[in-house]
Each structure stands twice: as structure tokens, then as C-alpha cells.
Ligand binder design. Sequence first.
Ligand SMILES: Nc1ncnc2c1ncn2[C@@H]1O[C@H](COP(=O)(O)OP(=O)(O)OP(=O)(O)O)[C@@H](O)[C@H]1O
Ligand SMILES: [Mg+2]
Length: 451
Amino acid sequence: MRLLIIGDLYGQIGAASAIARSRGAKVAHVIDIEAAMNALREGQGADLIMVEVREDIEKLVTLLMRERFNLPVIACGVKNDKDAAVKAIKSGAKEYLPLPPNEELIAAVLEAITEETQSMIFNSAAMGKTIAMADQIAPSDASIMITGESGTGKEVIARYIHKKSKRSGNAMISVNCAAIPENLLESELFGHEKGAFTGAVARRIGKFEEADGGTILLDEISEMDMRLQAKLLRVLQEREVDRIGGSKPVKVNIRVLATSNRNMQDEVKKGTFREDLYFRLNVITLHLSSLRERREDIKPLAEHFIEKYSKANGVPARKLSEAALAKLTQYHWPGNVRELENSMHRSVLLATGNVIEPDAIMLQGSMEETVMSSAAGGGTMSKPSGGGAGMVGRTVDSVEQELIIDTLSHCLGNRTHAANILGISIRTLRNKLKQYGEQGASIPPPPTGTD
Ligand SMILES: Nc1ncnc2c1ncn2[C@@H]1O[C@H](COP(=O)(O)OP(=O)(O)OP(=O)(O)O)[C@@H](O)[C@H]1O
Ligand SMILES: [Mg+2]
């Protein structure tokens, strides 16, 4: 865990750092937001930011998002300043921590952030086998290709492997090749020198260099274009990277994990993925089964998510009724574990009695009904019938917009999952959302820590 502290925490920085260090965190310190952004651009890795509440937290969160540093921000302020706490959370901070620092509280925050990336819940023999294989290959430096449908836990297992590897004391850097616009991915991965292209106002260290000594996760690698694939192959062969506009290559010591929800052999056959790169990356393949192929995992996962979201929402963790469990076990889970997680999050918020009953569990089938009925105009049609006849009179564009925004809000803002359900690429989804946003529609924000 790498902690970056911004400001002197009202004179409490020494105490806060000492507590964090005693819990195994590496602590770095900068004076203000600008210095923090510069440090991150220069390759100073961090898993968590602590910032004084008097700094401009909204600006910090916006900058982090704009430059795709996916880091939780914790605001720190003087005890009992409720207004400051509320304002910080509204500006995008994940938590508010009162000062002087309390040992227990800091430990709990660090633990929660670490746990989010660590827990690996399962009960099925299929997952048992996959994990045993992961345990076996984790200590080596071999590249691993992790495949499986969307939401099956590819990123979770990648983090698990890193944690069990010799590199666990160093960073694991994850890059989502599908979510970053094509023209930015190259500088994201390789970095650039100041002035290398229009807009390159400062030098920026790429993700390969940031991951030096650790692991890099290339998420959704099948989305990388051919030219970058060639550059990546060179990194794997030579273990060095060329910054854009740089004059000489930089050596890197990295282990590469890659994920894809496509069949990579098909991509190679189609000619959209280089065969030589595929063989380099695919020293070992780990395939994660879909959730419907390992139904024994549904119960422990559901219980885990209920506990997680009950805690987060400050409500008692209810048990699942027999009927609710049966509903979960029978469903086909096209969005796999992520969909189960979203459903359980909703059910925690919707449940009223002592236990969670089936009516608190909304699945995609029932969501389709809601979408269709609202698309029909003011709920005049309670169920879709006759191919959506109730939508007559509306334009394709307006129905499409409603479908996309409703699906996204069902997925609690998760772009990847929504794109999968809609059967469109994440890039198309982003373009559409941008267009709707410009037209004044309200777009569900991405959940923090994902996407
Ligand atoms: N075995 C597991 N134990 C606990 N949580 C899990 C497990 N598998 C998946 N999850 C949770 O499900 C969600 C989806 O997992 P993850 O992001 O790893 O999926 P993915 O296969 O990478 O999906 P995508 O292809 O859409 O990127 C995450 O919130 C993760 O925490
Ligand atoms: Mg993923």
C-alpha cells in the first residue's frame, strides 16, 4: 500500500505517517495538489491519497479523473467539522478522517482499501482448480493471459497473483486498453517527453516505467491497435520502453499480465491480434468460468456482497431468504460476478423486513421490463408486448438514448458492464454518453474505483 499525503495535515503529518507505516504502508509527502499531480505524472505510484480538507478537493478529484489516475481520496480535517466533511464527500472524497489521527480509524481505512482489491471468494471446484493453478504460477515471472466473460473476476485474480508473487512489495499497475482513447493509450503506456506532441506540456512517465519492479496488468488487451501491439512486442522482447519524443530507451523490469473477454485465438485468426505477441503473452492461460458454470459460488459471493454493502450503508446485514437464494441460483447471470455484486448492492438498499426476499432482488429480466415500460411513455405499457408497439411515435434515437441511460444506471454507472449488456463497444458507449451529456441529459457517473 502506497500512501501519498498532500499538505501537512494541520501539523499531524508525523503522527499519521507513523501509524500508516506501522501498518505496512509506504508513505510519501507533497505540499500541495500541484506537487501531487507532478509527482504522479513523474511516476510516483500511489494507492491512496490523504489530503487536507482545506485544499481544493474537487479540483484534485477532477484532475485525477482527467489524467486517469484511479485513486481513492481521503479528506482529513479537524475533528467534528461536519460542514467540511460533507463538502469533501460531495467533492468526490471517499472518506473523511478526523484529526488528530486515530490509530484504529487509519488502520480501518487502509484495510478497507486493501481488502477491496484482495478478497477472492469461491466455493466451487472449478474456481478451486483455477486458484490452485494461480498459486503455482504466481511466484514465477511468466506472462499470463487471463480470459473469461466480462465480470468473472479477471482483475481480481490478476491482483491475487501479484499479491502472491515475489513482486508484491512493488506496485501493480493496471491499464484498461479499451477505456482509454486510442490516441492517448500510447503515451499512457510509454510516457512522453515535454513537447513530444501538441498538448505534451510536461514530461509524463508511462505505466510501464511506473510498474518497474512490479507487475503491469494490460486489461482488455484485444482492444489494442496493431501499431501499439508491435511496440508492446518490443517491450516484451527487449524489456525496454521508448518514451514518445525520447532519445534513448529506458530499461524496465516488469511482469506482464493481460486479460481479455474475447477468444484470443479467434482474434489471431481474424488478423486483429498479432500471433507473435499472442505467444509471448500467453505463456500460461488462466480461464475463468462464467458464474452460471459454477453456481456453488453464488451463495458465498452473495453473502459477501451483502455484508460489504450493508457495512458501507450503515445498515444491519440481513440474511437471504430461501426463496431469494433460489432466485439467485437459478438466474443465468450474463454479467457474472459483477452483475451479482450490483444486484446485491441494490437488494441491500431495497430490502425492508428482517431478511432479503426475492422482491428486493432485481435481475436483468425485470430491468428490461422497466426499460420497455418507461420507453413506452409514462408507463402506459406494463409489459413489453408485440415487439414494443407502445413505442410507436418515438424516434429510434430517443429510444436508444433511454435504453442506454437506463442500462447504465442499472449497472450503477459501470461503463464496461453496460456496454456488454447493450452489445456495443465501450468506445461507442462513451461517444454516445458524451453526445447525450452535451445535449443536457443526466448521465449516471462511473462508480469510484472502477471503470
Ligand atoms: N471471486 C471473487 N470474489 C470476490 N469478488 C469478486 C470475485 N470475482 C469477481 N468479484 C467482483 O466482481 C467484480 C468484477 O470483477 P472483475 O473486475 O475482476 O471482472 P473482470 O473479469 O475483470 O470484468 P471485465 O471483463 O468486465 O473487466 C468486481 O467488483 C470484483 O470485486
Ligand atoms: Mg476487468
